[in-house]
Design a protein around this ligand. Structure first.
Ligand SMILES: *Cc1c(COP(=O)(O)O)cnc(C)c1O
Length: 384
């Protein structure tokens, strides 16, 4: 831990990520591959470390949201195929080709422009995105689909490697709309002169509930990190997921307050009796958001409430007893019998679990555990 200088850190359990991918592979029908979704710095967990672990566990493809994330992985020595799920610029097709990065295509005019700019000989792998009801990206009609496949056919370097769609409600108990989108996808696939080698539609929620609907590749995101796609389908999941993310800090100050003394901005908290108050070096600039006031953390295996407003860099907790400076405090994760899950924090923030690790900022270094040992400490401030 010599490249950061503050006792606040996230621990990433890569063994959990390995097991989540390996368990999915065991669960999937033969011939269904795993595409590990590592966009947004692997949902805040650390892109290259998660990608490497997922590939070791049997994933064969990676997915990111934007070209820059794919380039960052290439720079870190990741050689596996990578699909950019979001939109890229036609002018960047050459850059993608040079780095063997697969792009998503969903507009004929984009492809015309890309074809007029790119005349290189390095093959450009493309996946066609179909909009079956998500209303985000994707072709919707047969004529445009045909224009796209014709343009790809005519260009000497464009290769249609895959076709896919994305479901809007796979994390809901009711499957009516999911089934509608699935049927729509089957119908739209008939518009293609032939099926490309890779067909995919299943995010975590879909593949864990309906593995037989994943065609030959599943896009595995949230549940690779050990999180359920939603609280309502958590009880429907076929096996136990292993949570990979935890967040920790240490007491940097401990003091006794007399009844009537106040804590933090706005002086919103008043000690009712003689109380022990600890200060933690983590605040909203670290992603420990102000809305978490009145939530709790774990110290000495017990819950301790967050008191007073959360500041940019610090927050205060009420201690059960006077504790030494340097005592470890767990904000997300386990201490003894107590556990604060990512889901608990998400519920308190009235948001989804996806948002929680993504929000823990660049200021919080990630410590990676593999084979139960510290493998790497990554000071997020310095990592490009
Ligand atoms: C983020 C994303 C995924 C991963 O979804 P999870 O619910 O995290 O498994 C899959 N497909 C697309 C298109 C995405 O944007």
């Amino acid at each position: 831990m010599d490249n950061f200088h503050r006792d606040t850190w996230a621990e990433i359990d890569l063994d959990a990520i390995y097991d989540n991918v390996a368990n999915l592979r065991r669960f999937l029908p033969d011939g269904t591959q795993v595409m590990a979704v590592v966009k947004a710095n692997a949902y805040g967990h650390g892109d290259a470390q998660v990608a490497t672990t997922a590939l070791e566990a049997g994933a064969s493809y990676l997915a990111v949201a934007i070209l820059d994330e794919a380039l960052a992985l290439r720079q870190k020595g990741i050689n596996a195929p990578i699909l950019v799920l979001g939109a890229s610029r036609p002018a960047d097709v050459e850059l993608a080709a040079r780095h063997r990065i697969t792009l998503t295509v969903f507009r004929a005019d984009w492809l015309e422009e890309a074809a007029s700019i790119y005349n290189g000989s390095i093959p450009v792998h493309l996946h066609l995105k179909m909009d079956t009801g998500m209303g985000r990206l994707g072709v919707k009609d047969e004529e445009e689909t045909k224009r796209i496949t014709t343009l790809i056919d005519r260009h000497p370097s464009f290769i249609l490697e895959g076709v896919y769609t994305h479901f809007a409600t796979a994390d809901e108990v009711n499957t009516d709309y999911l089934s509608y989108q699935y049927r729509r996808f089957l119908h739209m696939l008939e518009w293609l002169p032939s099926r490309p080698p890779i067909v995919h539609c299943a995010n975590s929620a879909t593949v864990l509930r309906f593995p037989e609907r994943a065609f030959n590749m599943a896009r595995f995101g949230i549940s690779m990190y050990g999180l359920a796609p939603s609280p309502s389908i958590k009880p429907l999941l076929p096996y136990e997921l292993k949570e990979a993310f935890s967040l920790h800090s240490r007491l940097v100050h401990v003091k006794r307050l007399q009844p009537g003394e106040k804590v933090s901005y706005g002086a919103t908290y008043t000690a009712q009796e003689e109380e022990w108050i600890g200060t933690l070096p983590i605040g909203y600039a670290d992603g420990w958001l102000r809305r978490l006031q009145h939530f709790h953390v774990l110290v000495n295996g017990q819950k301790a409430p967050i008191v007073g407003r959360i500041c940019m860099d610090q927050c205060m907790i009420r201690l059960p007893e006077p504790l030494p400076i340097g005592t470890k405090v767990t904000l997300i994760g386990r201490q003894g019998d107590e556990f604060i899950s990512v889901d608990d924090v998400a519920r308190y923030l009235e948001t989804i679990n996806y948002e929680v690790p993504c929000t823990i900022s660049y200021r919080v270094p990630r410590i990676f555990f593999r084979n139960k040992r510290i493998m790497e400490v990554r000071n997020a401030v310095c990592h490009g």
